[in-house]
Structures are given as structure tokens and as C-alpha cells.
Design a protein around this ligand. Structure first.
Ligand SMILES: Nc1ncnc2c1ncn2[C@@H]1O[C@H](COP(=O)(O)OP(=O)(O)O)[C@@H](O)[C@H]1O
Ligand SMILES: [Mg+2]
Length: 296
């Protein structure tokens, strides 16, 4: 699909499949086209060209049918300041012709039971997001859309939300989410599509993206052995050895590289006061693919 706003090409020739029961993540920096893509899939915006099929329906033509079967949490979501948590849940249940008890069960499951009588404006960021998840689940949807769900939350609330999203998958639902947080995508998503400037630059599982684009492993260790540098440089799979005082960072290739370093230490009976490995992550994939960090 392609979607322009006047002269701005927000999404260009984007194409992907999301499989049933998986957490699919569209990841990329601000302005990459994540929300535009997601809102076209939800039927909220109409692409200029291309075709989209969700549960066999056309999101634009069959929007009312589709709304019954999907749940949506928007990036910019607000409720009335003084609506109470239980009122919002019951209102949403009414909209989908569900009994109010469905809302109560979800508030319980999302840890909002003791906030039932609280006004929306008094909830913390994490509580507001949990309420939005509850509302997105009220019609028992088959596909749930979550747009930048944890942006602005503290690490603790973020972890709670990640557990909730895994719980949605565990109930057999499909999750389509966006995030600009690489750690979030890596921990949560089964499949990720990296989008930049309206184009998807790669799609795969987080681990396969890492293995394909940044196969290196880094070993960081501290030793005072005078021959250390020389020995590390001689390792068959070491690419670079850098040093800061007694701390060495050795970047190498292949699954056996870490073992190779350990064998070298053992063979020469080198004393080591610290040893750790740093595995590459999705952030490194993004840098490799685009030449810059996602935060730039
Ligand atoms: N309603 C709109 N009108 C004009 N430009 C828009 C509109 N919505 C988004 N854009 C532009 O489209 C591009 C993609 O935006 P968006 O889909 O919101 O990206 P993301 O969600 O990845 O941050 C940006 O350049 C943004 O400024
Ligand atoms: Mg967005």
C-alpha cells in the first residue's frame, strides 16, 4: 500500500503478512509511517493504492463488520477527565452489545479493580494504558492493534504491559503493535518489520534479524596479564581487539567465538577479574541497516 498526505509520502509500497496468533511489530523511528500504516489496516484511513485484507475483510469497505472483530488502542487516546474507570468499561461494553460484566472481568484481569471508582484524570500513565487495553479487548477481538502502547511509561509499568500483551497472545489472539523501542520489540514480538521513511527495510524474527545483520559477539574482560593483547589478537575468529586500561573488548565472529576466548584464557592460565559477553540486539540491527541510531 501507499499513502500520501499532500506532497508527503507517509507510506510507500509497504507490504507484509501478519500470521494468526503472533505478536507482529512494526518498528521504526518517529515519522517512519507506523501509525499511518496501522490506521489504514484498521480502516481509519484510506490508502491511495494497494490492497489490505484483515480477517478476509477489506478494512475500508467492510469497516463495520471489521470493527466487531478487532480491538484498537490509538496512539493519541483520551477519555473525559471525570469519567470513572467502571463507567468507561460499561460504556464500551454497551457499544458492542456486551453485558457490563465483561467490562468488570477485564478490569479485574488488568489489575484495575481497585481503581474502578477513580476518575480517568487521576490514573497514572500505566493505569491509563491498562484501561485502554481493557477497552480494546471488550469485544473479544481476534486481532488487537496497539500503537506505541508503552511510550512515556516508566520501566516498571512497561514490564507490566509487556506481560499483558503476552497474555493477549496466550488467549490465541493476534497482536499488531508499533513501537520505536527496540528492546520492547525484541522482548515481545514474534515477527518484526523495520520501517523507515515509509518503506519496510526488512522483516523477520528479532533473532534472525540479529543473526543476519550483526553476527558478531563481543567479549569484555579484565586482566593484567602482560601478553593478553597479543594472544587475543591471534585468536582465529577475533575481528577487533580494543583496550581501555586492563579492560579488553574483543569482537569476534561465529557461534564458537566465546568458547575460543575461554579456551585461550584456560590454556595460558590467565587471571581474569571480570568476564562478560555482549550480544548484539535489534538496536544494532537498526544501526547496521540505516547507518544511524533510532534515537537520532
Ligand atoms: N494527518 C496527517 N497529515 C499530514 N501529514 C501527516 C498526517 N499524519 C502523519 N503525517 C506525516 O506522515 C509521516 C508518517 O507519520 P506517522 O504515520 O504518524 O509516523 P509514526 O507513527 O511512525 O511516527 C510523517 O512525516 C508525518 O508528519
Ligand atoms: Mg505513530
Amino acid at each position: 500500500m501507499r499513502k500520501t498526505y499532500g506532497r508527503i509520502v507517509a507510506v510507500d509500497e509497504v507490504s507484509f503478512d501478519v500470521h494468526e496468533g503472533e505478536i507482529f511489530g512494526l518498528i521504526g523511528p518517529n515519522g517512519a509511517g507506523k501509525t499511518t500504516t496501522m490506521e489504514c489496516v484498521e480502516g481509519l484511513r484510506r490508502p491511495d493504492r494497494g490492497t489490505i485484507s484483515v480477517l478476509g475483510l477489506d478494512p475500508f469497505r467492510d469497516v463495520y463488520q471489521l470493527q466487531e472483530r478487532i480491538g484498537v488502542q490509538l496512539q493519541q487516546a483520551h477519555l473525559q477527565k471525570r469519567i470513572k474507570v467502571w463507567e468507561a468499561a460499561h460504556l464500551w461494553a454497551t457499544l458492542y452489545k456486551k453485558p457490563a460484566s465483561v467490562g468488570d472481568v477485564l478490569l479485574e484481569q488488568l489489575g484495575l479493580a481497585e481503581k474502578r471508582n477513580a476518575w480517568f484524570m487521576t490514573l497514572s500513565g500505566g493505569q491509563q494504558q491498562r484501561l485502554f487495553i481493557a477497552l480494546a479487548l471488550i469485544n473479544d477481538p481476534q486481532v488487537v492493534f496497539l500503537d506505541e502502547l508503552t511510550t512515556g511509561l516508566d520501566p516498571q509499568s512497561r514490564r507490566t504491559i509487556w506481560e499483558l500483551v503476552r497474555g493477549i497472545r496466550a488467549r490465541g489472539k493476534t497482536v499488531f503493535m508499533t513501537t520505536h523501542l527496540m528492546e520492547e520489540a525484541e522482548r515481545l514480538c514474534d515477527l518484526v518489520a523495520i520501517i523507515e521513511q515509509g518503506r519496510i527495510i526488512d522483516i523477520d524474527t528479532p533473532q534472525r534479524l540479529i543473526d543476519r545483520h550483526v553476527p558478531g559477539r563481543t567479549v569484555v574482560l579484565v586482566t593484567q596479564d602482560p601478553l593478553a593483547e597479543e594472544r587475543f589478537r591471534a585468536l582465529p575468529h577475533a575481528d577487533t581487539v580494543s583496550r581501555a586500561g586492563d579492560e579488553f573488548s574483543i569482537l569476534g565472529r561465529g557461534d564458537g567465538f566465546v568458547t575460543e576466548v575461554i579456551q585461550c584464557l584456560a590454556e595460558h592460565q590467565m587471571r581474569v577479574s571480570d568476564f562478560r559477553t555482549a550480544l548484539p540486539n535489534l538496536e544494532d540491527v537498526f544501526i547496521t541497516l540505516t547507518g544511524h541510531s533510532i534515537r537520532d
